[in-house]
Design a protein around this ligand. Structure first.
Ligand SMILES: Nc1ncnc2c1ncn2[C@@H]1O[C@H](COP(=O)(O)OP(=O)(O)OP(=O)(O)O)[C@@H](O)[C@H]1O
Ligand SMILES: [Mg+2]
Length: 455
């Protein structure tokens, strides 16, 4: 039974709230001033606090502050008189969940409380408080259907030695996937050798790949093995292959076809057994049309293509990734920073054109810069917060729909996983069965008689 604290100095109003909430089966406590509220909050954990702004002792904003210091997950709803909306907005910037304007109907109070509590349960049970990160595939995080497909492909190709071409926007995890394929295959005890084809000048690249003999060119003072040789029996990762100069493409093609090559300045053929994984964020088909990429090389490397979806097309993964990076950087920096529900809402709704790398960088920056325990929307870097008060209400709107979208996806995924066995799904989600049924109804996730789910 959720525990609610009512903080209100007007006795009539307080009695009315307490009675109405008790009727709805909440466990309700009441206090008449801010100081007493602070004492109660320190002594006992409440799921939700509904407080007047103007109070004797401490005011509502200070009650809010105490509540958040004590437990960042406590939901605080502010009651305020019409004409003091500015204060309500300020309260929301400081972490209040919502506000109610006087005069209000008790129905409005019910609705806000129900909504707040249902969101809180999903945030705390399923996203934040879980230490372990769900559905981790090796080093890869994300349980969206799109990533599950990627994991299956990785599993399959890891068993073979066929060339793999990993495609995807910058920051989607191409290198991580390449390493995962290597780790899961028979070559895992041999080297994984990466070459960044875009980072090296044309002249250097050839000798980097194939090595050189002593005296092959000015500066070649001794013989040097290339990456192909270093990767013998292991995996060669040709990163940014779309940027490979055409004359090196010819040499690479030959090396791939024959599995043999000569060092620069050498005549002896060197035989190797190398598995090739290539990656690019370029459109190779277009590069072929423009004469910048050889078609024959494309067919050689594109035996098994794996496309990594951009993060904005698998938003379900954002909260998991956020929790993961937050945990990681907290550990690394010996901090314990948390994100408020509003902050998570904003980050989840963001477009992440730099994909997982951008998300990782933003979380790292947040953890490095945070000087308080709970990061609120106005602590975020500028690109996430625009304007003041009207932005807050806009973010609020985003937050609710976004969290609902996350929640629906998560519940749907688990239900499918359990074949719609509600007892099992409820236990996996950490929800009561009745709450699950309520949410299934709310999100239209009930199976119909034909055994097809109604979505
Ligand atoms: N699914 C994921 N789970 C955890 N971390 C990830 C995931 N995807 C990417 N990352 C992290 O994001 C960062 C970028 O990943 P990676 O370097 O593999 O991207 P990329 O696709 O090779 O990008 P680019 O094209 O810019 O080279 C890395 O720090 C990586 O660890
Ligand atoms: Mg990369």
């Amino acid at each position: 039974m959720p525990k609610i604290l009512v903080v209100e100095d007007n006795p009539g109003m307080r009695k009315m709230l307490v009675q109405a909430l008790t009727e709805k089966n909440y466990d309700v406590a009441e206090v008449a001033d801010g100081l007493e509220a602070a004492n109660r909050i320190a002594a006992e954990a409440y799921d939700l606090i509904i407080t007047d702004l103007k109070l004797p002792g401490l005011d509502g904003l200070e009650v809010l502050k105490k509540a958040k210091e004590n437990n960042a997950n406590t939901i605080v709803i502010i009651i305020t008189a019409f004409g003091t909306v500015e204060n309500a907005v300020e309260a929301m910037r400081q972490g209040a969940y919502d506000y109610i304007l006087k005069p209000f109907s008790i129905k409005e109070v019910y609705l806000k409380i129900e909504k707040a509590l249902s969101q809180q349960s999903i945030i705390s049970e399923n996203i934040f408080l879980k230490e372990e990160i769900r559905s981790r595939f090796g080093r890869l995080i994300g349980s969206s259907a799109k990533m599950q497909e990627v994991y299956q492909l990785i599993e399959k190709v890891a068993k073979s030695s066929s060339p793999v071409l990993i495609l995807g926007e910058s920051g989607t995890g191409k290198e991580l996937v390449a390493r995962e394929i290597h780790e899961r295959g028979a070559r895992k005890d041999k080297s994984f050798v990466p070459v960044n084809c875009a980072a090296l000048a044309e002249g250097v690249l050839e000798s980097e790949l194939f090595g050189h003999e002593k005296g092959a060119f000015t500066g070649a003072v001794s013989q040097k093995k290339g990456r192909f040789e270093l990767a013998d029996n292991g995996t060669l990762f040709l990163d940014e292959i779309g940027d490979l100069p055409l004359n090196i493409q010819v040499k690479l093609l030959r090396a791939l076809q024959e599995q043999e090559f000569e060092r620069v300045g050498g005549t002896k053929s060197i035989k190797v057994d190398v598995r090739i994984i290539a990656a690019t964020n370029k459109d190779l088909k277009k590069a072929i049309e423009n004469g910048r990429f050889r078609e024959d090389l494309f067919y050689r490397i594109n035996v098994v293509p794996i496309s990594l979806p951009p993060l904005r097309n698998r938003r379900e993964d954002i909260s998991e990734l956020m929790a993961y990076f937050l945990q990681r950087y907290n550990k690394e920096l010996h901090k314990d920073i948390k994100l408020s529900a509003n902050t998570m809402g904003i980050l989840t709704a963001y477009n992440w054109h730099g994909n997982v790398r951008e998300l990782e960088n933003v979380i790292e920056r947040i953890v490095v810069l945070a000087d308080k325990a709970v990061v609120e929307p106005n602590d975020l870097p500028k690109e996430f917060v625009s304007g003041a008060s009207e932005a807050v209400s806009k973010q609020k709107g985003l937050l609710i729909s976004e969290i609902e979208a996350i929640e629906r996806e998560r519940i749907r995924g688990v239900l499918e996983q359990c074949n719609y066995n509600q007892t099992e799904a409820a236990s996996l989600l950490g929800l009561k069965r009745t709450s699950l049924q309520y949410k299934m109804k709310k999100y239209n996730l009930i199976k119909d008689e034909k055994g097809k789910k109604d979505v």
